[in-house]
Design a protein around this ligand. Structure first.
Ligand code: THU
Length: 149
């Protein structure tokens, strides 16, 4: 597990809470901010972006992963999530799977409204993610390649 000092962790918590102020959540009124530290030391943020067609809404964590991957990031160290509750919030199942695509051991910080946080490695939140390795091992792969245009 990568070593992060308290100042780095606290900075991620602060940035998630600051990002949260820009959440677009007119339907749920549940404002979420995320801040993500990449392996090359950069920080990316995201907020939930809802839509009148509810199913199109995006979680803050996936928006942050999108911003990071757009900048070329492929390895994540930590992600902080702030939802404004006293007890904190953990990423939904879909976001856990998306984080695992890049870093199954990324550290997840659940931020509480009092500024404190709880920390857990993603592997404890999603023990057996689906991975691209399954494609490589698939016995259907060759027939797919033969039939694809
Ligand atoms: N949401 C997030 O952005 N992250 C989470 O970890 C939990 C849920 C958003 C999705 C939706 O816009 C709102 O919170 C209510 O579910």
């Amino acid at each position: 597990m990568p070593r992060l000092d308290d100042a780095q962790l606290q900075s991620l918590v602060t940035k998630a809470s600051e990002a949260r102020l820009n959440a677009y959540a007119p339907y749920s009124q549940f404002h979420v901010g995320a801040s993500l530290l990449s392996a090359d030391g950069r920080i990316f943020t995201g907020v939930n972006v809802e839509n009148a067609s509810y199913g199109l809404s995006m979680c803050a964590e996936r928006v942050a992963v999108g911003a990071a991957s757009t900048a070329g990031v492929r390895s994540l160290v930590a992600i902080a999530v702030a939802g404004g509750q006293p007890g904190g919030v953990w990423p939904c199942g879909a976001c856990r799977q998306v984080l695992a695509e890049f870093s199954p051991n990324v550290l997840v910080l659940s931020c509480r409204s009092d500024g404190t946080h709880e920390i857990m490695p993603l592997r404890d939140l999603l023990a057996s993610p689906f991975s691209g390795q399954s494609f490589a091992e698939s016995e259907d792969r060759q027939s797919f390649e033969l039939t694809a245009p």
